[in-house]
Design a protein around this ligand. Structure first.
Ligand SMILES: [Fe+2]
Length: 386
């Protein structure tokens, strides 16, 4: 048995209307003026009301930043960090999807470490701690509220997505309130839900997988399989929304402890090439990746299939385990109407040339076994033909 270091991400406050407690929690963390990073439309649709009211009740000042962009570009992070430093804030609160939370994490890195952010885009660095942070997701999928990773777009060099992976990025508190997720439209519910599925399925099959995190992954996969379609079909289904909120957080805890691998490597490259939502890009990749993974870790793939409720015979071959599980994932994707590469207008001539870029992704090293260019091309082809 090799040594295992694990953590469950961040302290978590979870429940309906938990966001009404944010002011009190910020006060307990010693905050007097916070930097409130949020998605642009949240204020208009009233999703910030409870949070702002709770801050005002506790006499906590706030400075809003609503310039969050998808796949947060480095330049936005730098601008936000400059504003936060000038405003002399002593806490950061992020409300929104993964991009808002990732922006807030990168800003926190720059609170007490000099710019530019690019020098921190590699793991293993010892950085000065940031200010207290509270992350409040409004989608169920990225798990960003409990991970130590901030994914940003490196516009200075090559437009590639790169990660700050550092304890500075961990929340002082994650507040998970399913009420904030009730208004998500079906397509966003579907794509973010499949992002959570990919986190769990890849964490379960990565080279660092371990029994402790396997338990988290299996439960996340079970909950997603039983609730994602319901949440897509009826956004007001409270039980489905609550279970998806749990599943997303559980999957986030798992993948921040181990890793994701080829699915997210493909997802990042497709996302950068075609500007499709992260969850859609990962959903496109995940069935053939899991089928391939059965060559190396068939029992881990069996866990995915069985957690989904697939019937896998005890004497099934490794390839059969892979096929049954991949078919199960594909069925889920169809149910929730994840678009195919062809629906999205991807052309095969471009896609087939992405193999070298996929190999360069940071997550690629966590793959469960060797993969040839021919195998990678076959995965892309299978994904393209779905
Ligand atoms: Fe992801």
């Amino acid at each position: 048995m090799s040594w295992l270091y694990s953590h469950i991400g961040a302290p978590i406050l979870m429940g309906w209307e938990a966001s009404k407690e944010v002011g009190l929690k910020a006060k307990e963390l010693g905050c007097r003026k916070v930097f409130l990073v949020h998605d642009q439309n949240l204020k208009d649709i009233g999703l910030l009301d409870d949070i702002i009211n709770s801050l005002e009740e506790q006499q906590i000042q706030y400075c809003s930043f609503d310039g969050v962009q998808p796949d947060p570009p480095d330049v936005v992070v730098e601008a936000a960090a400059e504003l936060a430093r000038n405003q002399q804030i002593d806490g950061i609160i992020a409300v929104g999807g993964g991009s808002a939370i990732d922006t807030a994490k990168a800003v926190n890195v720059l609170m007490r470490n000099p710019s530019p952010i690019h020098q921190y885009l590699r793991p293993g660095l010892t950085l000065n701690p940031g200010v207290p942070s509270i992350f409040i997701p409004t989608t169920a999928g990225t798990g960003s509220e409990v991970t130590s990773i901030s994914v940003i777009t490196d516009t200075l060099h090559d437009q590639e997505k790169r990660s700050v992976n550092n304890p500075v990025c961990l929340a002082s508190l994650a507040v998970i309130d399913p009420q904030l997720m009730m208004g998500m439209p079906p397509s966003l519910t579907a794509s973010t839900g499949m992002d959570a599925f990919a986190h769990a399925a890849e964490a379960l099959t990565c080279a660092m997988a371990n029994p402790l995190m396997n338990a988290f992954c299996r439960e996340a996969i079970r909950m997603i399989s039983q609730n994602l379609s319901k949440a897509v079909k009826d956004g007001q289904n409270r039980e489905a929304r609550e279970n998806m909120a749990y599943a997303s957080t559980i999957a986030g805890i798992a993948f921040t402890n181990v890793r994701v691998h080829v699915g997210h490597s493909i997802g990042h490259v497709l996302g950068a090439a075609y500007h499709v939502p992260h969850g859609v890009a990962c959903a496109i990749a995940i069935p053939p990746v899991i089928r391939w993974a059965s060559k190396w870790v068939p029992q881990q793939v069996r866990m995915i299939g069985e957690a989904m409720g697939c019937q896998i015979p005890q004497d099934a071959s490794d390839a059969e385990i892979g096929k049954i599980t991949a078919d199960g994932i594909q069925k889920l994707k169809h149910e929730i109407q994840i678009p195919s590469m062809k629906d999205l207008g991807f052309d095969w001539e471009t896609v087939k040339n992405l193999v070298p870029l996929i190999r360069q992704q940071g997550a690629f090293v966590a793959k469960p076994g060797e993969i040839s260019d021919e195998e990678l091309l076959a995965i892309l082809q299978e994904a393209y033909e779905q």
